[in-house]
Design a protein around this ligand. Structure first.
Ligand code: NAD
Ligand code: GLY
Length: 353
C-alpha cells in the first residue's frame, strides 16, 4: 500500500492499494475515536457492487452505518438531493462526532463532501473513490460542490477530508469508457509535471501499475494543493485543457464526457503553444500518441468562435484576463495570463494548426 500525506487546512493520508476496502472501519475507529454513526453516501450502481463489503467493515469495527443511495450521474449533484441528505442526517440524529463516507465517483464525492462541509457547520468525511477520475482528482484536495441551474459546481466549499482510501480493485468493475475518461486526467498530470509518467503511460502495461500511477498523480495534486489550497493561483495549473474542455462539454449539452472534452482541450492548448513557439512539437506528438493509445479524441467539430463564446463564464477569468495553462516542454506546463480577447486567437491556433 502507498501513502501520500496531504497537509492543507487539515492533514490527512491518501491510502492507495489493492484490496484495502475491508480496512476502512479500522481506520475510522483510529482516526475518529468517538465516532459511532457513519452515513455512507453512494449511488445505486456502486451500492450494488460495494455496499456489502463497506457495511461489513464498518459494523465489524463497531460502527453504525446508515446508507443513503442516490440515482447515479451528474443530475444528482443538485440542491434538492443535497437538502434531502442534510435532512436525512438530522432525522437520523447525526452529530459532529459522526462521519460521512463518500463511496463512489466524483458526483458522490462532491455532493457528500459539500454535505459534510455544511451539516452542523462541518462534520468529518472520508473519501472512498471508485472511479479513476475520483481517485486521481476529485477525492483529493477538498473541493466540494453541487451544481445550480446556472452551471456546474456553482455552490461549494473548500473542505478537506479526514482520509482518502483508494482500493484500486474497485476499478475492475468500472466500464471501459468511464475508465478512459479518467485516463485523460492521468495524462494531464504527465503533461503538467512528469515526463516519466508520460513515458510510462506510452510504453507500459498500465493495468499492472495502476497503484503506482495513481500515487504519482495524487502526489502531483498534493504538491499543488499544498501550495495553493484555495485556488488563487498555482492550483489553476490543474485545469490544463479544462477552459476549452468545459466549453466543449457545455456546447454538447454535456453529452461529450468530461475526459473526452479535456483531451480535446489539452490538444488545442498544446497545438496553440507549439504554434506560438512556447513549446516544442514533441509535446504535441507525445500527447497525440497517448490520446490515441487510450482511445481519447484530439479534435472537435465546434468552431473556435463557438468554443470562445462558451468559455466566457470560466472561473479562471479575473477581470479582463484569463489564466490558461500552457505546456512548455515535455512533462512541464506553466500558467499564463492572457487578455480575454486574445483567447479567441489562442483557440483558433489550437483548432486549426
Ligand atoms: P460519476 O461519479 O458520475 O461516476 C461515473 C459512473 O460510474 C456513475 O454512473 C457511477 O455509478 C459509476 N461507477 C462509479 N464507480 C464504479 C465502479 N467502481 N464500478 C462500476 N461503476 C462505477 O462520475 P466521475 O467521472 O467519477 O466524477 C465526475 C464528477 O466529479 C463531476 O461532477 C465533476 O464536477 C466532479 N469533479 C470534481 C473535482 C474536484 O476536485 N472536486 C475534480 C474533477 C471532477
Ligand atoms: N480538479 C481541480 C482542482 O482540484 O483544483
Amino acid at each position: 500500500m502507498n501513502t501520500v500525506t496531504v497537509t492543507a487546512s487539515g492533514t490527512y493520508d491518501v491510502l492507495i492499494g489493492h484490496g484495502i476496502l475491508p480496512e476502512l472501519g479500522g481506520h475510522i475507529k483510529t482516526l475518529l475515536p468517538p465516532t459511532q454513526k457513519i452515513a455512507v453516501v453512494t449511488d445505486e450502481t456502486v451500492a450494488a457492487l460495494y455496499a456489502k463489503p463497506v457495511l461489513a467493515t464498518l459494523t465489524n469495527a463497531g460502527l453504525t452505518p446508515h446508507i443513503y443511495t442516490l440515482t447515479p450521474g451528474e443530475t444528482s449533484k443538485n440542491s434538492t438531493v443535497y437538502l434531502s441528505l442534510l435532512n436525512r442526517l438530522a432525522e437520523d440524529g447525526f452529530t459532529r462526532a459522526d462521519c460521512i463516507v463518500a463511496l463512489g465517483g466524483g458526483v458522490v464525492g462532491d455532493l457528500a463532501g459539500f454535505t459534510a462541509a455544511t451539516f452542523l457547520r462541518g462534520i468529518p468525511y472520508i473519501q472512498v473513490p471508485t472511479t479513476l477520475l475520483a481517485m486521481v482528482d476529485s477525492s483529493v484536495g477538498g473541493k466540494t460542490a453541487i451544481d445550480l441551474p446556472h452551471g456546474k459546481n456553482l455552490a461549494g466549499a473548500f473542505y478537506q477530508p479526514t482520509l482518502v482510501l483508494i482500493d484500486t480493485d474497485t476499478l475492475d468493475t468500472l466500464p471501459q469508457e468511464i475508465f478512459q475518461d479518467g485516463m485523460a486526467e492521468v495524462i494531464k498530470y504527465g503533461m503538467l509535471n512528469s515526463p516519466r509518467l508520460l513515458d510510462q503511460l506510452l510504453n507500459d502495461n498500465i493495468t499492472q501499475e495502476l497503484p503506482t500511477i495513481i500515487t504519482t498523480c495524487v502526489s502531483i495534486k498534493r504538491d499543488v494543493v499544498e501550495q495553493d489550497e484555495f485556488d488563487t493561483g498555482r492550483r489553476m495549473l490543474l485545469n490544463l485543457g479544462h477552459t476549452v474542455g468545459h466549453a466543449i462539454e457545455k456546447l454538447s449539452n454535456y453529452t461529450i464526457p468530461h475526459g473526452q472534452a479535456v483531451a480535446i482541450g489539452m490538444t488545442i492548448d498544446t497545438r496553440a503553444a507549439v504554434a506560438k513557439h512556447l513549446c516544442p512539437p514533441d509535446c504535441l506528438h507525445m500527447l497525440d500518441n497517448l490520446l490515441d493509445r487510450y482511445s481519447l479524441p484530439n479534435r472537435t467539430d465546434y468552431s473556435a468562435e463557438a468554443i470562445f463564446q462558451a468559455a466566457q463564464g470560466d472561473k479562471k477569468r479575473r477581470g479582463g484576463d484569463i489564466s490558461i495553462v500552457t505546456p512548455r516542454s515535455l512533462g512541464h506546463s506553466e500558467l499564463m495570463q492572457i487578455p480575454v480577447e486574445d483567447l479567441l486567437h489562442w483557440i483558433k491556433l489550437g483548432v486549426s494548426s
